[in-house]
Design a protein around this ligand. Structure first.
Ligand SMILES: [Zn+2]
Length: 149
């Protein structure tokens, strides 16, 4: 296994490849002996590597893909998290963001939610920590999900 979680395929000579099903990601047949356990410090085939990276991006996009209803729900979740931090935990970094999030919680229309996301994001730039990271990630997914509306 390599850093992409894929089976490695290395011939006696040449680069290390990554396995698809019966062929390498770059399209070479996987015939004969595999030397990946012996030839460990071999550079990775560029085509296999870029193919593996494309798969990662594809999976990430698929994961972020959601219905409009899910996007609105996710937006409300973010607003609720911000409201809680701003008004219950008194996070100073959310002084300006709090009211935008509070208002956002009342929005059910896609157009209003879509319009509100940038205000929320723009006013939480000083907010730090794991929750902040998560909310930022979710709001970007919401933006992506609502891009065509
Ligand atoms: Zn390859």
């Amino acid at each position: 296994m390599d850093k992409y979680g894929k089976f490695c395929w290395t011939k006696k000579l040449g680069d290390m490849h990554l396995s698809g099903k019966n062929i390498t990601l770059c399209g070479k047949p996987m015939l004969g002996n595999n030397y990946s356990d012996i030839r460990k410090d071999v550079p990775m085939c560029k085509e296999c590597e870029s193919q593996a990276n494309r798969e990662i991006v594809r999976d990430a996009v698929k994961e972020a893909e959601m219905t409009v209803e899910q996007a609105v729900t996710k937006f409300h979740w973010c607003c609720a998290a911000i409201v809680k931090e701003a008004y219950i935990n008194n996070a100073k970094a959310l002084n300006y963001c709090g009211p935008y999030a509070k208002l956002g919680l009342t929005f059910d229309s896609i157009a209003l939610v879509k319009a509100q996301v940038p205000y929320v994001l723009d006013n939480m730039t000083h907010w730090r920590g794991d929750l902040a990271k998560k909310v930022r990630k979710y709001l970007k997914e919401v933006t992506h999900a609502l891009r065509n509306y």
